[in-house]
Design a protein around this ligand. Structure first.
Ligand SMILES: NC(=O)c1ccc[n+]([C@@H]2O[C@H](COP(=O)([O-])OP(=O)(O)OC[C@H]3O[C@@H](n4cnc5c(N)ncnc54)[C@H](O)[C@@H]3O)[C@@H](O)[C@H]2O)c1
Ligand SMILES: O=c1ccn([C@@H]2O[C@H](COP(=O)(O)OP(=O)(O)O[C@H]3O[C@H](CO)[C@@H](O)[C@H](O)[C@H]3O)[C@@H](O)[C@H]2O)c(=O)[nH]1
Length: 332
C-alpha cells in the first residue's frame, strides 16, 4: 500500500524558512505530499526538503497560488510565510500589515474561492502582549503591544470570520519561543542576523559573535532575567501534522491553540545550558531591558493536550540546545 498516494497534497507557505521547513519534513515523514511556496525573502532554497515540490513566489499572487491548488489537488494550507522580527515591525509597521495581514487576506481569499477546506496558521504568543497572569490561556485577553502581534491577531480574526461564513475550518497555533533543530540534522535555523536568544547564544558559543547581551536583570523573576517557554521546533512541527488531521476529522470545528510546554527558563538558565553543552562560558554582557519585553511568558498548554493527540517529546532544554548547536556547527 502506498501511503503517500492516499493523502492529498498540503501547500506549505514559507516552507523554505526555519519552522516551515521542519513542518514540511514532518508532513513528508507522515506521508503527506508537500508543495512549498516561498519567495525566499528570508528563506533558503536549500531548506526545502528534496521530496517536496518547490514554487518560488508570493502568497498574494492569486494566479500562482490558484494554479498550485488546482494542479496539485490541495486540500489544506499551512501558512508560515510572514515577517517575523518584532523590532522591525515597530520601525516599519506597514511592511507587517502588508506581508502578515494583507497578504494573508489574499491567500485566505484564494483558498475560499477554490474551496480549500482546511487552513493552519502560524500565530504567536505575541498576540497576548503582557499578560496579567501566567501561564497564559487561549481565552485570556489578546492585547498585543507591537505591530507584529497585531498583524498576526488580525489574521486570526479574518480566519474566525471567514470560517463562520464559508466552508473552511482553521487552526491558529500560537507559538511560544521556538528553538532547536531537526534531531536528524536535516534542517535548522539559518536566519541571517537572528535576534532570538538561543540562536544568538549558540552563534556566540561557536565564536561567530563576541558575546551575548542579557537584556535586563531587574525583571520580576527568580534571577531577574526574562523567562520564556522554549519549544523544540521538532515538537512544534509535529503539532501541525496533528492539527491537520484534527481539522479533517472535524470539519465543522476550528481551533486556537497555544504551542508551548508550560514551563519557563530565564535568560541566564538558557546561557548556563549552552555553557554546559560546550564546556566553555559564553561572554555575557548585562544590558538594559529591551523595549516591550514581558517579565515572563509561558503557555498553558492544556487546550492542545486535550484537543490533539500531540505530546511533547523533545521538551528538555539541554536537548533543544544540543540540537541548536549541532545545526549551527553544520552551517560553518
Ligand atoms: N520563530 C519564532 O519564534 C516564531 C514565533 C511565533 C510565530 N512565528 C511565526 O512562524 C512563521 C515562520 O517563522 P520562521 O521563524 O520560520 O521565519 P522565517 O523567516 O525563517 O520563515 C518565513 C518564510 O516565509 C517566506 N516568506 C515571507 N513572506 C513571504 C511571502 N509574502 N510569500 C511567500 N513567502 C514568504 C520567507 O522567505 C521565509 O522562508 C512566521 O509566520 C512567524 O510569524 C515564529
Ligand atoms: O540577545 C538576546 C536576545 C534575547 N534576550 C532575552 O531573551 C528572551 C527571549 O527573547 P527572544 O528570543 O528575542 O524572543 P521573544 O522576544 O520572547 O519573542 C519571540 O517569541 C515570541 C513568542 O513568545 C514570537 O512571537 C516572536 O516572534 C519571537 O521573537 C527575552 O527575555 C529577551 O529579552 C536577551 O537577553 N538577549
Amino acid at each position: 500500500m502506498n501511503e503517500t498516494s492516499e493523502k492529498p497534497a498540503v501547500l506549505v507557505t514559507g516552507g523554505a524558512g526555519y519552522i516551515g521547513s521542519h513542518a514540511a519534513l514532518a508532513l513528508l515523514d507522515a506521508g503527506w505530499p508537500v508543495i512549498v511556496l516561498d519567495n525566499l525573502v528570508t528563506g533558503f532554497r536549500s531548506a526545502v526538503p528534496e521530496r517536496a515540490t518547490f514554487a518560488k513566489g508570493d502568497v498574494a499572487d492569486a494566479a500562482l497560488v490558484g494554479g498550485l491548488i488546482e494542479n496539485h489537488g490541495i486540500k489544506a494550507i499551512m501558512h508560515f510565510a510572514g515577517s517575523v522580527v518584532v523590532p522591525e515591525s515597530v520601525e516599519d509597521p506597514l511592511k507587517y500589515y502588508d506581508n502578515n495581514t494583507a497578504k494573508s487576506r489574499a491567500l485566505i481569499e484564494t483558498a475560499v474561492s477554490l474551496g480549500v477546506p482546511h487552513f493552519i496558521f502560524s500565530s504567536t504568543a505575541a498576540t497576548y502582549g503582557v499578560p496579567d497572569t501566567i501561564p497564559v490561556r487561549e481565552d485570556m485577553p489578546t492585547v498585543p503591544i507591537n505591530p507584529y502581534g497585531r498583524s498576526k491577531l488580525m489574521t486570526e480574526w479574518m480566519l474566525r470570520d471567514t470560517a463562520a461564513a464559508h466552508p473552511i475550518n482553521y487552526c491558529a497555533l500560537r507559538y511560544f519561543n521556538v528553538a532547536g533543530a531537526d534531531p536528524e540534522g536535516r534542517s535548522g535555523q539559518s536566519t541571517a542576523g537572528a535576534t532570538h536568544l538561543i540562536k544568538v547564544a549558540v552563534e556566540a558559543a561557536l565564536g561567530k559573535r563576541e558575546s551575548v547581551a542579557v537584556y535586563g536583570t531587574d525583571y520580576d523573576t527568580p534571577d531577574g532575567t526574562g523567562v520564556r517557554d522554549y519549544i523544540h521546533v521538532g515538537d512544534l512541527a509535529a503539532a501541525h501534522v496533528h492539527a491537520l488531521e484534527k481539522l479533517i476529522a472535524d470539519p465543522a470545528e476550528s481551533y486556537t491553540l497555544n504551542c508551548g510546554y508550560g514551563r519557563g527558563f530565564s535568560v541566564l538558565e538558557v546561557l548556563d545550558a549552552i555553557d554546559r553543552a560546550t564546556n566553555k562560558p559564553i561572554k555575557r554582557v548585562m544590558e538594559a531591558r529591551r523595549a516591550g519585553d514581558p517579565d515572563a511568558l509561558t503557555a498553558d498548554n492544556s487546550a492542545i493536550l486535550e484537543t490533539l493527540p500531540w505530546r511533547p517529546k523533545l521538551d528538555d532544554l539541554d536537548t533543544i540546545v544540543a540540537h541548536a548547536l549541532a545545526w549551527e556547527r553544520r552551517l560553518d
